[in-house]
Design a protein around this ligand. Structure first.
Ligand SMILES: Cc1cc2nc3c(=O)[nH]c(=O)nc-3n(C[C@H](O)[C@H](O)[C@H](O)COP(=O)(O)OP(=O)(O)OC[C@H]3O[C@@H](n4cnc5c(N)ncnc54)[C@H](O)[C@@H]3O)c2cc1C
Length: 404
């Protein structure tokens, strides 16, 4: 079991300085913390505490795919909330939502299964169509080679965003509503008194609040002092110089290789996947692994025949890693084994950008003890039972596993 820091029970202000006070403290300036700050700032005094710069964790390294209808297929109310948010938010500050269909290239099941799947989404009001190989060729002439596929499921309610601009726009909006977004401030633990959270300790002194949101990625359990089934994992990405125009290519995911890709504005193709767990926090490397590059080299020219001469332009991974859960859904909850006034938001499992709007809204609902426009039960920590451990096996709903 990982070692958890215990809550500090020293009285607030023990260092002799009156601590700064807010209504709500948010630990972590990633997409979860900033989405929550934007939601809460209009009617609360909010302070965000980020140990580096905003979006310096997983958020700033993300591919920005908004394929939430497909990736939150069992949580469609939250998916709908998020996609509608992105459409409305388009044009706010520097933020743009680039709508593009999302094509899932599928090897299973039979075409009739794909048609049933698409019809089920349409029953819920989403624009989703199953295509056989010929129909996909009609829709995207000379784009795909589907020799190993059954067909494709195409989600029209999809697109991509620039994650840093998205995070920065959320931060700007929160600041405009009075939030204090403090960077380079490390939180070292919670202050708990009589079973209730009273604030946090930081490397810049104590801060007082009766409500604290810990949204610090996979570090959340340790900082919040609660055991949660969350562990760090890696995603890797690369940009390819293609030598052809890919700006009209749809976003795609290949079930066989489990790679995904999307066009960049500069004509490059952004490719991602290559996920695996990191057993020891802190051991995450900041370079992509050769296995991931080899996977790209053998997959991309096979699936996208016009890209036979594509070359690696840049590659990237997230040194801090994203946080995973056993069922790939986040944990957004007031943990029953934690102090009152505490809310945790972690385990965004590779989908935190696309689900960010719903996550921010869910955090607000918990903090102000109000309803959300979608059910919150699927995100509670007790769904994993009392003995849930962080040592759970990997579930890779979309990403390729390439190993360390
Ligand atoms: C390569 C890659 C590609 C991805 N692609 C996509 C995609 O296409 N679409 C999608 O939806 N998602 C994608 N994701 C996933 C997405 O990036 C994450 O799910 C999401 O950004 C996680 O947000 P977060 O706020 O939980 O964590 P983070 O962004 O990691 O934020 C946590 C913050 O907490 C701060 N922090 C930690 N400890 C402390 C402390 N003690 N005191 C103060 N601050 C602290 C960290 O510095 C960090 O900024 C991708 C992820 C990666 C790595």
């Amino acid at each position: 079991m990982r070692g958890y820091t215990t809550h500090s029970h020293e009285p607030i202000g023990a260092v002799g300085i009156e601590p700064m006070t807010s209504d709500i403290l948010i630990v972590g300036g990633g997409i979860a913390g900033l989405s929550a700050a934007r939601e809460l700032a209009p009617d609360h005094d909010v302070t965000v505490l980020e140990r580096n710069e905003i979006a310096s964790g997983a958020t700033g390294h993300a591919s920005g795919l908004v394929t939430v209808v497909a990736d939150y297929a069992e949580r469609r109310e939250a998916a709908r909330y998020s996609i509608e948010f992105f459409r409305e938010y388009d044009g706010t500050g520097q933020f743009s939502f680039h709508e593009l269909p999302f094509v899932q290239l599928r090897t299973t099941p039979e075409l009739s299964g794909l048609r049933d799947e698409a019809a089920d989404f349409r029953d819920d009001g989403f624009s989703v169509t199953a295509h056989d190989v010929a129909a996909l060729e009609d829709r995207y002439p000379n784009v795909f080679d589907l020799s190993v596929h059954t067909g494709a499921v195409v989600f029209d309610d999809a697109g991509w965003v620039d994650p840093y601009t998205y995070a920065a726009t959320l931060a700007d909006e929160a600041r405009n509503d009075g939030a204090d977004v403090r960077t380079n401030t490390e939180v070292t633990g919670l202050i708990v008194d009589d079973g209730a959270v009273r604030g946090v300790r930081t490397d810049d002194g104590d801060r007082r609040a009766d409500r604290v949101v810990v949204a610090a990625g996979w570090r959340t359990p340790e900082l919040a002092g609660v055991e949660l089934p969350v562990r760090p994992f890696r995603y890797q990405t690369a940009n390819l110089e293609t030598g052809v125009s890919v700006t009209d290519y749809p976003i795609a995911w290949d079930q066989e290789s489990r790679l995904y890709w999307r066009p960049e504005h500069n004509g490059e193709l952004h490719v991602g996947g290559g996920a695996y767990y990191v057993s020891e926090p802190g051991s995450i490397r900041s370079t992509t692994v050769e296995g991931f590059k080899r996977l790209i080299a053998r997959t991309v020219p096979d699936r996208l025949p016009a890209l036979t001469d594509a070359r690696l332009a840049t590659d990237n991974t997230c040194p801090s890693g994203d946080s995973a859960t056993p069922d790939h859904l986040p944990i957004i909850d007031s943990p029953p084994n934690g102090p009152s006034g505490l809310v945790v938001a972690t385990g965004l499992h590779g989908f935190g950008i696309m689900a960010g709007p719903a996550i921010g809204r869910a955090i607000r609902a918990l903090v102000v003890e109000a309803d959300a426009p979608f059910p919150l039960e699927p995100y509670r920590c007790d769904r994993f039972g009392p003995n849930a451990s962080w040592e759970f096996p990997y579930i890779a709903p979309t990403a390729a596993e390439t190993g360390p």
